[in-house]
Design a binder for this molecule. Structure first.
Ligand SMILES: *Cc1c(COP(=O)(O)O)cnc(C)c1O
Length: 360
C-alpha cells in the first residue's frame, strides 16, 4: 500500500454491534436501517451486507439507492425511500422494484393512480408534525390516507413522521411533535414510524412499529452532547493516513495557507497525507486532535486539499511513515466534528474519492 493513501478502516462487527444496540433499545419495533448517502460514507452495499441478516428493511433517500440494492441482490428486505419519488419515472421504479416510497406531494398520488392496477405497492404517508421539511399537514392526513388507500396500485399505507430536535433530550418539542402526529393518525390504519437514532435511544415513547436508526449504527452519538461511552456504540470507521514529512521549523516560521499559525519555538511539524479533498473538514482549527502512533497531537495551520500539518512537540519519537488517525477508534468523530463546527454525520458522509475503503 502506498504511504500516501488515506485509508478508512471499516469494522463490520461494529456495525452489527450497533444494530444490535438499536434493537435492544427498541425491542418491539421492526427496523429500517438507514444506509442512505453511501451508508453514511461507509459504502451502501457494504453496510447492506453487514446488516442484512439482522434487519427487516433498509431506509434510503432516493429511489436510485433502492434500485441499486435490489440490483445487488437484496430482494427480501423492505426498502423505504425517504425522499419519496422525484418524478414519474421514480414512481414506476418503486413499483417495479418493490420499493416503499414516502408520499407527500399531490403529483405523487396522481402518479400512483396512473400505475397499472395490481402493482401492489406499499407506501408511507409522510406527515409534517413540525419539522417543516417534507410531509402533508396533520389536518390533511385523513384525506390523504383515504386517497392513497383507495388507489388500486397501493397495497398498504404506512404513517410516518420525522423529529426536528430529538438530539436534544431536554427539548419538549419532540414530545409535542409526537402528540401532533398521534392525534393526526388516531383514526387511521397502518404501520407507524417516527424514530431516528436519537428517538431510538432517547425517546422510547416514539418507537411505534418501525424505527429508522442511522447515525448510531455507525458508532456516532445522535445527541448534542457528543460521544458518550454509556451509549455503548462502536465506531465503524477509523480514518487513517500516514506522516509523509517531518519538518524542523524555526521559531516564528509560518505554517500553511494564510500563515494562520506561527511556530512559538523551534519545533517539529509533521505533514500527513489527507485534506479536504478526502473529506477531512477544512474548518478544523488549530488544536484539533489527531492520533500519531496512538497518541494525541494537535493540528497547526490550515487544512489544505491534500495535507494537514501537526504539532509534534509532544511526540519526539514518531517518524515518517507512522500512522495518523483522524477519527474512529481512540478518537471519537464527534470530537472532531465539534472542533470543526459540524456534526459527525457530515464528516462520515464526506469521506470519498481518494480514500481507500478497507473492509474488515
Ligand atoms: C436520515 C433519516 C433517518 C435516520 O436518522 P439518524 O439521525 O441518522 O438516525 C431517519 N428518518 C429520516 C426521514 C431520515 O431522513
Amino acid at each position: 500500500m502506498s504511504l500516501r493513501t488515506a485509508v478508512a478502516r471499516l469494522d463490520r462487527e461494529a456495525l452489527r454491534h450497533n444494530l444490535a444496540r438499536a434493537r435492544r433499545a427498541a425491542p418491539h419495533a421492526s427496523v429500517f436501517t438507514a444506509i442512505k448517502a453511501e451508508g453514511y460514507g461507509h459504502g451502501l452495499l457494504y453496510c447492506a451486507d453487514a446488516f442484512a441478516d439482522a434487519t427487516e428493511g433498509f431506509a434510503v433517500a432516493t429511489a436510485g439507492e433502492g434500485v441499486a440494492l435490489r440490483e445487488a441482490g437484496f430482494e427480501r428486505h423492505r426498502i423505504c425511500v425517504l425522499n419519496g419519488p422525484a418524478d414519474d419515472a421514480e414512481v414506476r421504479d418503486c413499483a417495479t422494484h418493490g420499493l416503499e416510497p414516502l408520499i407527500h406531494q399531490r403529483w405523487q398520488g396522481e402518479a400512483l393512480d396512473r400505475l397499472p392496477a395490481g402493482r401492489a405497492l406499499d407506501v408511507w404517508l409522510k406527515i409534517d408534525s413540525g419539522m417543516g421539511r417534507i410531509g402533508v399537514p396533520p389536518r390533511e392526513a385523513a384525506a390523504w390516507h383515504r386517497g392513497l388507500a383507495g388507489c388500486s396500485a397501493v397495497r398498504g399505507v404506512g404513517l410516518m413522521t420525522h423529529m426536528a430536535s430529538a438530539d436534544d433530550r431536554a427539548d419538549e418539542y419532540t414530545h409535542r411533535q409526537w402528540t401532533t402526529f398521534r392525534e393526526a393518525i388516531a383514526a387511521l390504519e397502518g404501520p407507524v414510524s417516527a424514530a431516528n437514532s436519537a428517538c431510538v435511544l432517547g425517546w422510547p415513547q416514539t418507537h411505534a412499529d418501525w424505527v429508522r436508526p442511522g447515525i448510531m449504527l455507525y458508532g456516532c452519538s445522535p445527541f448534542l452532547e457528543g460521544a458518550e461511552p454509556a451509549l455503548d456504540l462502536r465506531p465503524a470507521m477509523t480514518l487513517t493516513t500516514r506522516l509523509i514529512a517531518i519538518n524542523h521549523l524555526e521559531r516564528g516560521a509560518a505554517v500553511g495557507y494564510g500563515r494562520s499559525y506561527h511556530c512559538p519555538q523551534d519545533m517539529p511539524v509533521g505533514v500527513a497525507a489527507i485534506g479536504y479533498g478526502d473529506g477531512y473538514p477544512r474548518h478544523a482549527p488549530n488544536g484539533t486532535p489527531v492520533l500519531v502512533g496512538g497518541r494525541r497531537a494537535p493540528l497547526v495551520g490550515r487544512v489544505s486539499m491534500d495535507k494537514i500539518t501537526i504539532d509534534l512537540r509532544g511526540l519526539p519519537e514518531v517518524d515518517v511513515g507512522d500512522e495518523v488517525v483522524l477519527w474512529g477508534q481512540g478518537l471519537p468523530v464527534e470530537e472532531i466534528a465539534t472542533a470543526a463546527g459540524t456534526i459527525g454525520y457530515e464528516l462520515l458522509c464526506a469521506v470519498h474519492g481518494r480514500v481507500a475503503m478497507c473492509p474488515s
